[in-house]
Structure formats: structure tokens, C-alpha cells
Design a protein around this ligand. Structure first.
Ligand code: NAP
Length: 284
């Protein structure tokens, strides 16, 4: 039976470490600060923003929320970002996605100063991740790497198969596994025989967003399965891509949904905010 990789436990340990770093910075009169921008009233986004504020409170990071109406113009949003970019008391800026349709997300993400881009979505940070010298790492894939490290699972020399190639999860996940010396295969919607790929995985990371996609027969015995996806089952309950109970019989370790990768993402955001605050104050 697979070991259940407990994201709540691992993220809690990380948040404790971040809280110590925040306390040390405050002794130097530096108060890490995260500005969160939320445009409109998407209920899921509201929950994410609230969870981020709670995490900030827990570790002692000052959080400033800018809740803007759905009809906010692109110019007004860019103005706000410009103000936050120039505000020396703000170290991290996060604009919660998705934005209302009339807004150009790409332009918004480009407007955030790379050193304050705690989501690591700016092309400058994406480039740094690609060449392997990033300070700010994309929160979800970095959270996965932290889980593997905590569990003593090294990607080095392993075949890592990533399902999904989004800019937020799949692509940066593949880059981080590659940087950790994994041999990486990336699959997507045009991959002809998905099961043939997944069966070769020592570490299988799924970020597709399709419930029931990964069945037990698609998993190599002893593989580590990291389920990034957040789906809902027919009863509205949260679930991942993997059939958790069946895959648990085959895998050596597996992350649950909820309580797996999700909590790690927020912990990494807190860590990035502290990293940004340190860098902006000349501390390594
Ligand atoms: P996305 O942008 O929709 O990307 C999904 C990817 O899956 C695409 O690359 C797509 O391929 C691929 N795909 C679709 N059908 C497939 C199939 N049958 N076989 C193989 N690949 C297939 O989603 P995302 O933003 O990366 O998020 C993925 C999941 O992770 C979602 O459930 C999301 O809610 C979750 N998520 C969780 C966290 C967290 O903190 N735990 C954070 C972010 C996202 P194409 O490129 O060819 O279309």
C-alpha cells in the first residue's frame, strides 16, 4: 500500500520555517509584505485570496489586498501595479487569475516587476527557471519538488513523466525535475498512447484536470504519483486525476486531493515573498 504524502504536514513544517525567517527579518526592521490583487467576484478566486491572507497572518507577513470591481479597466489595473512596483514596502505582488475577460492577463503579468513576481510567471523569471538560476520559483511545481525532498525521493536518474504542459504547472514542473537530474517526458492532449508513457514513470506528476484519468493499470508498481489536479467528483467532492484508492495499491507513494499539493502551493508563495523581501534588501 502506498505511503500517503501529507501536504498539510509538509507545508506546515515549511510555514514554521518561513515564520522564523520573517521574525529574523523583522529584527532587522524589514517587514515582508505581499500585495494581492483580486478583480471581480469569482468565488474560487475569493477563497484562494482568503487562504493566502491566512497564510500571511500565520507566518507574520503583512498582506495588503486590493479588491477591485469586475468592471475595472486595464489602465486602472496597470496603474495599481505600477504603484505597487514603486512601493518599497511591498515585496511581492500577486494578481489572482483568471481575470475578467475584458482584461489582458498577459500584459498584466508582464507589468509586475520581475523581482516582485512571487508567482514567477513573468518571462524574466520563466527564463531564469529555464537556465537554472531562479530565485523565485513557480509555487505549485516548487511545492512538488519540496514534497519529494521532504519524503527523501530524488528525481535523479529517475524517469519522470509529467502530464500537462501549461505555463503554470506542466512546463515549469518538467524544468524543475530536469534540473534535479530526472529524465523527463512531458505528455499532453495530443500524446497518442498516454498509458504507454505513464507505465514507464518512476515519478508520475499529473496536472491535467480530468477526474479518473489515471487508473491503477497505468501506473508502474512502486512508482511515486503526484496528483496536482483539483477536480470535483459526481457528488461535488474534491478529487485529483488519479483513482486514489486503486492507484494506492500499486504505487509506493501518492499525494491525496485535497491535502496534497494544494497546501504546498501557498507555502511556496510565502517562501517566495520572504525570498523577494530579502533580495530587495540586499540579503542573500
Ligand atoms: P490547463 O492549463 O488546463 O492544462 C492542462 C494540460 O493537460 C494541458 O497541457 C493539456 O494539453 C493537458 N491535457 C488535457 N487532456 C489531456 C489528456 N487526455 N492527456 C494528457 N494531457 C492532457 O491546467 P493547469 O492550469 O495546468 O492545471 C492543471 C490542474 O492542476 C487543474 O486541475 C488545476 O485545478 C490544478 N492546479 C492545482 C494547483 C494546486 O495548487 N494544487 C495549482 C494549479 C493548478 P494541451 O496543452 O495539449 O491542451
Amino acid at each position: 500500500m502506498a505511503k500517503r504524502i501529507d501536504g498539510k504536514e509538509i507545508s506546515s513544517a515549511m510555514l514554521d520555517k518561513v515564520a522564523l525567517e520573517v521574525a529574523a527579518l523583522k529584527e532587522k526592521h524589514i517587514e515582508p509584505c505581499l500585495a494581492v490583487i483580486l478583480v471581480g467576484d469569482n468565488p474560487a478566486s475569493q477563497v484562494y485570496v482568503r487562504n493566502k491572507q491566512r497564510a500571511c497572518e500565520r507566518v507574520g507577513i503583512r498582506s495588503v489586498s486590493h479588491i477591485l470591481p469586475a468592471e475595472t479597466t486595464q489602465a486602472a489595473l496597470l496603474d495599481l501595479i505600477d504603484t505597487l512596483n514603486r512601493d518599497e514596502t511591498v515585496h511581492g505582488i500577486l494578481c489572482q487569475l483568471p481575470l475578467p475577460e475584458h482584461l489582458d492577463s498577459e500584459q498584466v503579468l508582464l507589468a509586475i516587476a520581475p523581482e516582485k513576481d512571487v508567482d514567477a510567471f513573468h518571462p524574466v523569471n520563466v527564463g531564469k527557471i529555464t537556465i537554472g538560476n531562479a530565485d523565485l520559483l513557480p509555487c505549485t511545481p516548487a511545492g512538488v519538488m519540496e514534497m519529494l525532498r521532504y519524503e527523501g525521493i530524488s528525481p535523479a536518474g529517475k524517469h519522470c513523466v509529467v502530464l500537462g504542459r501549461s505555463n503554470i504547472v506542466g512546463k515549469p514542473m518538467a524544468l524543475l525535475l530536469l534540473a534535479a537530474n530526472g529524465t523527463v517526458t512531458v505528455c499532453h492532449s495530443k500524446t497518442p498512447d498516454l498509458a504507454a508513457m505513464t507505465r514507464q514513470a518512476d515519478i508520475l506528476v499529473s496536472a491535467v484536470g480530468r477526474r479518473g484519468l489515471i487508473t491503477a493499470d497505468m501506473v508502474k508498481p512502486g512508482a511515486v504519483v503526484i496528483d496536482v489536479s483539483i477536480n470535483r467528483d459526481e457528488n461535488g467532492k474534491l478529487c485529483g486525476d488519479a483513482d486514489y484508492d486503486a492507484v494506492s495499491v500499486v504505487a509506493s507513494a501518492i499525494t491525496p486531493v485535497p491535502g496534497g499539493v494544494g497546501p504546498m502551493t501557498i507555502a511556496m508563495l510565502m517562501r517566495n515573498t520572504v525570498t523577494a523581501a530579502k533580495a530587495q534588501n540586499g540579503i542573500n
